[in-house]
Design a protein around this ligand. Structure first.
Ligand SMILES: NC(=O)c1ccc[n+]([C@@H]2O[C@H](COP(=O)([O-])OP(=O)(O)OC[C@H]3O[C@@H](n4cnc5c(N)ncnc54)[C@H](OP(=O)(O)O)[C@@H]3O)[C@@H](O)[C@H]2O)c1
Length: 271
């Protein structure tokens, strides 16, 4: 596999590094990481994963793949610094809301830009990764980028106009799912469970439900109908959720999250 230069050393960069190293597709010495001003963080990543802290941004020159894992508001400055060291490498951005055309402009076309929206489960090789590419990206480079990202999750290629929705849906998804689970756990404790018991049952319920959906190729509607007997317990609980307006709230939450992704893109890319 290629040499990878990771721009940014935060939570998402670590999830990515952890994921690809678990699959042994890249060796730690082929991953170089840079951040802005926290050498202790780079040392921590070296200690935990064996990666190479970059000496300077110029180290990007030797890499075939560059991962952009800085906050959306830092993308412009980071890419400006990177730009002199680009010569056609594949640049995979994780930044929410930042359009391909903007990144192309900042690097003056010197990289093949792929915009992705991964999520935190990439760290355990279970990521959901939405990806959009411009026509400028070569077929070989696209295939190699997909191969790399497939090591850490499921990759879905879509039109760039759907990326803000993907940011809301799968990018922020772990946060939304955790919110629901948090409420389930709190309710279980109210019903008399210890926090430990509640957590064990909760996690297994989620993992098991996801596996059933995947392995039996069921839609969530199919599974919900299968487990809901007329007048049974699930039926009684779902009646409350239906009346609570939960579906509308979920739609509104995703709509607002997608809007925020769009706004961030506009905010951080305006000239
Ligand atoms: N976290 C998530 O769940 C998630 C999910 C999907 C996508 N993303 C995307 O992933 C990206 C990173 O998010 P994060 O949560 O990992 O952020 P984070 O923890 O705040 O890390 C950002 C990193 O960028 C570095 N940085 C900033 N400007 C830089 C520059 N000019 N040159 C080099 N390094 C620079 C920072 O270095 P210093 O610490 O030295 O300042 C820091 O290491 C974001 O664009 C976000 O939209 C995140």
């Amino acid at each position: 596999m290629s040499k990878i230069f990771v721009l940014g050393a935060g939570a998402m960069a670590e999830s990515f590094i952890k994921g690809v190293l678990q699959k042994h597709v890249v060796s730690p010495s082929d991953i170089t990481v840079i951040n802005r001003n926290r050498p202790e963080r780079l040392n921590e990543l070296r200690r935990d994963y064996g990666i190479r802290p970059a000496e300077s941004i110029a180290d990007a020159e030797d890499s075939e793949v560059i991962i952009v894992s800085v906050k959306p508001y830092d993308v412009r400055d980071a890419l400006k610094e990177l730009s002199p060291f680009l010569h056609g490498q594949t640049l995979i951005s994780f930044a929410a809301g930042i359009p391909i055309a903007f990144m192309d402009r900042v690097v003056e076309g010197r990289a093949q830009v792929i915009r992705t929206m991964p999520n935190v489960p990439v760290a355990v090789l279970e990521g959901a990764i939405a990806m959009a590419v411009s026509e400028r990206v070569g077929a070989d480079q696209l295939e190699r980028a997909k191969q790399l990202l497939r090591q850490i999750g499921t990759v879905v290629e879509l039109d760039e106009e759907l990326m803000d929705a993907a940011t809301a849906f799968s990018g922020s998804g772990p946060g939304f799912v955790s919110y629901f689970l948090e409420a389930m756990e709190q309710a279980a404790v109210e019903l008399g469970f210890s926090a430990t018991m509640a957590r064990q049952l909760l996690i297994q319920t989620v993992v098991g439900t996801a596996k059933v959906l995947e392995e039996w190729r069921l839609s969530p509607t199919d599974l919900r109908e299968r487990v809901t007997s007329p007048n049974g317990t699930t039926h009684a609980g779902l009646a409350v959720l239906n009346e609570s307006g939960m579906r509308e709230a979920i739609l509104e939450a995703l709509t607002q999250a997608a809007k925020r992704s769009r706004e961030m893109g506009e905010e951080y890319t305006s000239e």
